[in-house]
Design a protein around this ligand. Structure first.
Ligand code: ARG
Length: 457
């Protein structure tokens, strides 16, 4: 195949070389960023007198037409082109003739691809951010409906203390708030350093205006070292890290939903449309969506490791290895978007089985801390109260009776401080409502979290 870069070589490559060299199947996703970058480049060159205003107009019109035609489907991307950058340039020359050949003055594919991917990453950070906002919104809405729903709160997967289901959901909203901060931070760093103008690796002999070109593209500054600019893929690593952390959160929620859907738990039910059946067991209703999101997390982590490994041994400046960066990036962005989209629906449609959660919370002496706290309020030091409460729990286990059902006379065998108000104090509802410290599980505190999350989305 003949190449635009035919120069020292005749530009004819063996078909196997074409196959291994080609990235268009992956980087075709960058056509909008590529054209936007090229339009800014033409504008900058015209301003600097590197090309005439008339030539720049022609180039810009040609590029605008190419973008419209790719988007509308009128122009099919030629999969035999080496990459999207070569395809767009070749198509421009096909359309406007020799003027198209001026576009690549004072730049290289090295700074061009670094620019395009930075723009892609900034856009992806925005898209994922918007989806996280939607997810936080449904979490807050669901939490508002369930502030008073009591479930067992766990540590070590053992019943620990009663919590509000709303509190449990809002824990995830807080995780996604941090995820949004990471995305914003990553985007800020991307947009502060435009690589365009670094050219192949050493800058250019032309009198370019990098600040101007960067400004046209929404960047706030330029990368200060040309060699760093063309070989830097930190933005990929940062975005892939942020996406991995998002998936870690999505996967934890997946795991909980899968567990809650089991017959053993039965805390939530998913509508039939959000589950799948088994080809052999007619009774099955499987939470595949949550399982797949949990499973896809492995792939998103793998993409981060794949990229870090690709980058670790690279000497300065650009090396073709770097072309392998885009597959893991696009895959992670697309996977994370799909999973968040799925969870926006799953959280919304998930039906909460209040009774089942309550029945479960009644098991396991989940209010033992409350009994200790009760004794402290009556004047006993906490460590003693802990001890007495522990003894009462053992006593109750021996008699198979719940703490809140133990008759007052039997309580009194352990401490005179215990009075008849103990039963009300040990009800699960009171236990939950009394945890009214900031960030605690009382409906009042959960409502404050909901209001906070709503104020930032
Ligand atoms: N398709 C290439 C990539 O994605 C473009 C850069 C090619 N640069 C070069 N010096 N051959 O990295």
């Amino acid at each position: 195949m003949n190449k635009l870069w035919a120069g020292r070589t005749a530009g004819k490559t063996a078909s196997l070389v074409d196959e291994i060299n080609s990235s268009i199947g992956v980087d075709m996703r960058l056509y909008k960023q590529d054209i936007k970058g090229s339009i800014a480049h033409a504008e900058m060159m015209a301003k600097q007198g590197i090309v005439s205003e008339a030539d720049a107009r022609l180039i810009i019109e040609g590029l605008t037409g190419i973008e419209q035609d790719i988007t509308s489907g009128a122009l099919e991307i030629d999969m035999s082109a080496e990459d999207i950058h070569m395809f767009v340039e070749q198509e421009l020359t096909n359309r406007i003739g020799d003027t198209g050949k001026m576009l690549h003055t004072a730049r290289s594919r090295n700074d061009q691809v670094a620019l395009d991917t930075k723009m892609y990453c900034a856009g992806a950070a925005d898209d994922v951010d918007e989806m996280l906002v939607q997810l936080m919104k449904v979490l807050a809405d669901k939490a508002e409906k369930t502030t008073g729903v009591i479930m067992p709160g766990y540590t070590h997967m053992q019943h620990a203390q009663p919590v509000s289901f709303g509190q449990h959901l809002m824990a995830y909203a807080m995780m996604f708030e941090r995820d949004r901060e990471r995305l914003a931070d990553c985007k800020k760093r991307i947009l502060s350093r435009s690589p365009i103008g670094a050219c192949a690796l050493a800058g250019t002999t032309f009198d370019i205006d990098r600040e101007y070109e960067a400004g046209l593209l929404g960047f706030t500054g330029v990368a200060l070292n040309s060699m760093d600019a063309v070989s830097d893929r930190d933005h990929f690593v940062e975005l892939l890290s942020a996406l991995s952390i998002i998936m870690m959160h999505v996967s934890r929620l997946s795991e909980e939903i899968i567990t809650w859907c089991t017959s053993e738990f039965s805390f939530v039910k998913l509508p039939d449309e959000y589950t799948t059946g088994s080809s052999i067991m007619p009774q099955k209703k499987n939470p595949d969506v949550a399982e797949l999101c949990r499973g896809k997390t492995g792939r998103v982590y793998g993409n981060l490791m794949s990229l870090l490994t690709t980058l670790k041994g690279l000497p300065l400046a650009y090396n073709k290895d770097i072309q392998e960066d885009k597959m893991p990036l696009f895959d992670s962005v697309e996977t994370v978007e799909l999973c968040i989209e799925a969870f926006i629906e799953i959280v919304d449609v998930m039906q909460v089985d209040e009774e089942s959660m309550y029945e479960s919370a009644k098991v396991g002496y989940i209010n033992a801390t409350d009994l200790a706290d009760y004794l402290v309020v009556k004047g006993m030091p906490f460590r003693d109260a802990y001890n007495v409460s522990g003894k009462i729990v053992s006593y109750c286990i021996g008699r198979d009776v719940a703490l809140e059902d133990l008759p007052i006379e039997e309580f009194k065998q352990f401490s005179d401080l215990i009075e008849s108000d103990v039963h009300e104090r040990l009800s699960l509802k009171t236990c939950m409502e009394k945890r009214n410290s900031q960030g605690g599980t009382s409906p009042e505190q959960v409502m404050k979290q909901i209001e906070y999350i709503r104020s930032i989305i």
